[in-house]
Design a protein around this ligand. Sequence first.
Ligand code: ADP
Ligand code: ZN
Length: 736
Amino acid sequence: MVKKVDTVVLDTLKERLKEIFGYSQFRGEQEVIIQNILLGKNTFVIMPTGAGKSLCYQLPALVSDGLTIVISPLIALMKNQVDQLTAFGINAQFLNSTLTKSEMTRVKNDALDGSLKLLYIAPESLTKEDNLDFLKKVKIAFVAIDEAHCISEWGHDFRPEYRRIYGIIENIGDLPIIALTATATPKVQQDIRKNLQMEEAETFKSSFNRKNLYYEIRPKKDTKKQLIRYVRNNKGKSGIVYCLSRKTVEEVAELLSVNDVRALPYHAGLDSNTRMSNQDAFLNEDCDVIVATIAFGMGIDKPDVRFVIHYDVPKSLEGYYQETGRAGRDGLEGNCLMFYSYDDIQKLEKFNKDKTVTERDNARHLLNEMVAYSTLGACRRRQLLSYFGEYLDKDCGFCDNCMHPTEKTKVQDEVVLVLRAVQQTEQRFDGEHIADLITAKDNQYVRSYEHDKLDVYGKGLEMNESRDYWISVIRQLVIFNYLEKDIENYGVMKIGEKGLSYINDPYPITLHKDHNFDEEDVKAEDEDKEGNAGGSAHAYDETLLGMLKALRKKVAKEKNLPPFVIFQDPSMEEMATTYPTTQQEMAQINGVGMGKVQKFGKQFIELISRYVEENDIETAKDVVIKSTVNKSKIKIFIIQQVDRKVSLDEIAEVKALPLADVIEEVEHICYSGTKLNLDYYINQVIDRERQQDIYDYFMTAETDNIAAALDEFSDDEISEEELRLVRIKFLSELAN
Ligand code: ADP
Ligand code: ZN
């Protein structure tokens, strides 16, 4: 059922994106997805939380004739989305059991007269007879089914009403469907397609890699102290602390409160008023930290959560991934910390004792994966992605295992042995069995399959390694894709192409030792992740940003909206960088369209204008701002480029500036307190000995004056540039 669509519509999507939502770029596959649904084709979207699924149906809804129906499972989620759309000046409404009769009539009238663009509706309401009659009268563009995994019994969030959706849609008319979910197991995908009768639909599955999230696991020792220190180090930032039981939630919330953290509890045992008001306090920034059971979070679309802490070990990696996914949805900072102890695993195991055998087995598998993830020394991101069926060919460099690695070893014969053992047992056994076999464990299965007759039998013992060691090797080989997991049979190991070619042509690969959390010490201080990553200084004007945030909070209160609905953090940071003082300039900010400018812009523009006036800031577009307090565009550009290790010569060339001017800018940046790591460049242009001489000189000199330094080195043919560069290094390392 391919629709004829005006190609102008397809070609101008990007302009509409900017105009309506204020974004200048589509993210990932958003544009092709939107085109696909606009062409009237069924569309299946699998994207992790925070990747931008909503836009995939919101934008096409706005450029289509007629109404778009959005089926969504949670009332809280609907309200949130409708609030956000309304803030963009879009006519969106929801239809659910919370509406009064007259509200219901108004919504229906808006739909019938064509002014309503998006209608959010719960599956329960969709099945109501009179709603159905009404929908048959409305011109409908397409249907979006959010959280589509609720259709599947194999998912972790099955909702029987979801199974009836297709029948109803069919009843309304021949409508294209876009189904969206963040849960990606192959089994659930298959179920969704079948149930919605869209086996032919094109699937758009994007990477589950959330690059801005930092994953970290610490031993669960001195946990209270660690927690308080961590939260204090993140003062004023939004965070979620997940605990397993209501009791722990209460205790931890209390603990944080008495330690001057604005924290509130959230769990299903609280009465619904308290629960709602605590949730609102969190959304409205009246509280920084919410301490919660996993009851909290589904449908909470707060983009600026800066940390998610698992105080207790979660039941599954699915849960862990979903909960950590609530951090950094705006693409900025997102820290995910989990406290691990094997005691927690045993506790969780006890909870399962009343379950049926199959349920218990399943729960145990999930816990095993949790243990493996926590204890393996391999890159966390590679582990997580591998679990969701995605393979990353390099370590991420941005997780605790990458930044503080456990002991590494190069192995080759060991890998060949494991792969051959899998091969010789015909790829029909799990990792435990393989480990038993190569360590010659006296076990009935090994004997009954006559695996003790294989030439790999006992070879692992001869290499003097324990069964645990081999389990760790096998798990790492899965993560690195030398071994593959069988989808049909849990735990069974297969050899893929990569493994096969390895056997024929092996080479040394690096494996990591497992963590031993009983021995690992609690870190004395929270280490600075950014220190290594090469200075990620703020480019924005912090004073102004503070003022903008205060204003946003006030406006949010007045309008009774969460602050991020007004403007999101990345937009505010940009405002505090480019100082927009007119409506047009404001509309240029990422995430701010004209709709938003007209709705909320006035007070912000006034605030910025006043600030600019009082502080004598030049804002003319391309003029370099000369003041040292405020960082101009060129400074931001330099900071970004230095972060990417671009040479100063190249920066100078791109900006058509003499190198000396670039160095001068760098000096300004440094003198105003920003740490810049220029080592990559300095090491390239000045030899180490010379560097050391200059460095030593500044260490003992009375002044950092360049003329004095030139004088001192007058015999050594050291240039002013060299002196300046080393002085920057010196100041960055010692003064900032
Ligand atoms: P999901 O539903 O996939 O969890 P959302 O639709 O809530 O994610 O989007 C997450 C965040 O990304 C939102 O704050 C949204 O405004 C933002 N976003 C979506 N698309 C874009 C884009 N093209 N450019 C910039 N930000 C975007
Ligand atoms: Zn990593």
